[in-house]
Design a protein around this ligand. Structure first.
Ligand SMILES: [Zn+2]
Length: 108
């Protein structure tokens, strides 16, 4: 296992892991449950959720992909993409800016 990314929050960690999976790089998120236990306590160094890959030989490809993500080259236009309500999990098409089911605002 090799750590390739330290995310700001569990959502970002899973987003990055999903990007890696899309590129054929198996990955797992660690520390997201731990993060939940310190919710409200602010960011604690060493307790940020991290993304790990199973094959160290894919580290270069994984970091290149993450670098593109950090520069905004991936998901540069999230408003054009379908989204999922963070409150109730409902799936939505791009034109909707709030959840038709529970009324929550679209996450940014
Ligand atoms: Zn909703």
């Amino acid at each position: 296992m090799k750590q390739v990314y330290a995310a700001l929050n569990p959502t970002e960690a899973h987003l990055v892991a999903g990007l890696l999976e899309q590129e054929g790089i198996p990955s797992t998120v660690r520390g997201d449950a731990l993060f939940t236990t310190v919710d409200g306590g602010g960011a604690v160094l060493g307790m940020r959720p991290t993304v790990w890959i199973g094959n160290p030989e894919q580290e270069t490809a994984a970091k290149a992909l993450i670098a593109r993500y950090d520069r905004g080259e991936i998901l540069a236009h999230p408003e054009d993409a379908p989204w999922i309500c963070t409150d109730c999990g409902e799936h939505h098409d791009p034109p909707f800016t709030s959840c038709w089911r529970c009324g929550a605002e679209r996450p940014h």
